[in-house]
Structures are given as C-alpha cells and as structure tokens.
Design a binder for this molecule. Sequence first.
Ligand code: ADP
Ligand code: MG
Length: 325
Amino acid sequence: ETMVNQIAAGEVIERPASVVKELVENALDAGATRVDVATAGGGLSLIRVTDDGSGIPEAELSLAVARHCTSKLTDDINDIRALGFRGEALPSIGSVSKLAIRSRTAEAENGAEIAVDGGRVASVRPAPANRGTLVEVRDLFFATPARLKFMKGERAEATAIADTVKRIAIAFPEVRFSLSGPDRSTLDLAPAGEGPEGRLARVAQVLGREFAENSLAVDALREGVRLDGYISIPAYSRANALQQFAYVNGRPVRDKLIAGALRAGFADVLPRDRHPVTALFLTLDPALVDVNVHPAKSDVRFRDPGLVRGLIVGAIRETLARSGI
Ligand code: ADP
Ligand code: MG
C-alpha cells in the first residue's frame, strides 16, 4: 500500500508546490474563507496549510489519508465542482513525508489529529484545534531520496510555491490568503469581494498596481465561448511566462494551447524571448472541455481547440489594435 501510494505520489506530487496546490484546493473545497500557508526550506522541510473550513469529523480522519477515499464524488462527471475528487493527494503526500492533520468541525467539542510517517499511519488521537483544518507536511520526499535529487533548490521551490498560491488566489477573490514563513516569498491577500470587481481587485493585489496601470481589458465572445480578463501592454513584458495566469471555468490551468495562442497573439509586437503578463478567463459549456486529463489537473482538453485558439489570438490582436499598438 505504501508502495502504491509512493508511485501515485510520483504522479501527483512533483515538487513542494504540488503539495501546496493540493492542500490549498482541499481547504477551498471545505469552504474556507481564509487559507494560511507557511513554508520553510522551499517547502521541503515544512509546509503548513491552515483553513477555517468545514473540518474533518474525527471518525473520518483515517479515511482522509486512505487511498481513493474522497467525500467529493458526484454522479455527473461533467459537474465536478470540487477541485479535488480522486482521493489521492493526502495518501500520496503521507507516503513520502511526515504528515499530520489536525481538525475540528463546528459541531465537535474537541479536535483530533492523525499522523502519517512515510506511509505508516498512526492512530487518531485527541488534539486541541480551532474550527477547520491544519495540515502539516515535514521532510517532504525523505522517504523517496531519488525524488529529492530533482529539486531545484530552496529559492526556486519557494518561488514555485508563491506562484501556485497566487494562481489559485486569483480564482478565489473572496477568500483571504496568506503565505509566510522563513522562505522569502510572502503574501497577504485580503478578501477582494465577489463578481467582476472582486476579480479585478484580486488581480491588482496579486500582479501589482503597475500591472493594473499597464494592462488592457480583454472581452470577447465567439460561438458561446467567452474570454475576458487582462493582458499587459508589450512594454510591460517579462523574461519568463511565470506571470501568465489562465483559468477555464474558474479553474487555474496551465495549458499548451493557451500558451501558444498567447504567443501567436503577441507575435507581431513582442520578440520570442519576451512574455506578456496575463490574467485571462475562459468561460464555456463544461461539456466542451475536459479539465481532468492528468491527476495534477492543470491541463485541459477542448472539444474544439481551433475555436479556442482563434478566439484568444483574435481577441489579443483586436485589443492591442484598439489601443493603437
Ligand atoms: P480529494 O480532495 O480528491 O477528495 P484528498 O486526498 O485531497 O482527496 O483528501 C481526502 C479527503 O479528506 C477529502 O475528500 C476531504 O473529505 C478530506 N479533507 C482533506 N483536506 C481537507 C480540509 N482541509 N478540510 C476538510 N476536509 C478535508
Ligand atoms: Mg484534494
């Protein structure tokens, strides 16, 4: 069982930022209004995610770390509203680290804790806890030293963690996020409100006022597919594509088709080694897109890739042209 989980971990948990992604998504699935992330050693020595969500009932703590146990399955595969649904993340993380989960539901008088050490699950015991859940991951990959060797260094891992939190935070403007700890990257994002205003405010929080002042609003519709959001003007381009944020039906994605369309849209105004800063949101009928191609769930597959690509390229060119660029 530990072996199976470690193999799954190889798929789901590529680096510390993948752990942060899974834990933050769990917090959001639990309805958290605030998510606090603390890391040390680029997340390799410590990742701690605290939320004020529903909490896990004491009787379900051992299920939470068991393989393929999820409380989120719905019958309709096209209607996966929860971010997680495979029940793989916690057992995977527990198989390659020292994992502790402390939680309390609103109904429970006392909290409880479960610990997993390199796949060995300890029994549930009482522990003081606020309402919500605290998940602590120490010594990530200590149980799989080969994986440790692939890490790029604490600084790079800390940057990837910050990028992950920002990426998710843009999709949930009404939630408060913080990132702290000895790793240099820190964030403190107050709730930015709901609706389009909230989203704009959150984009400004994450990407900075300078981006807000150097960006253009995009809004386009083609055959029922909507693209809106913001692109930077060419003068505000970057040396890497780290600040390209894309969302499909509200989920953060990192997708080749979208990246390629961005490049094509900017091809006439940016050299190949410069990248725009973007926060773009695609909205389409969920039946026309599959967001579950990979366990890490960042890829998407569109029914009509040509339509989406054409929409993005066209919208960027029109937006730039309208501003005389
Ligand atoms: P999945 O998210 O795919 O269901 P996970 O392994 O990430 O699988 O989590 C397993 C289960 O543990 C979840 O289905 C949920 O019931 C519970 N859980 C995990 N994290 C939290 C959290 N922060 N708050 C409440 N419940 C949680
Ligand atoms: Mg999950």
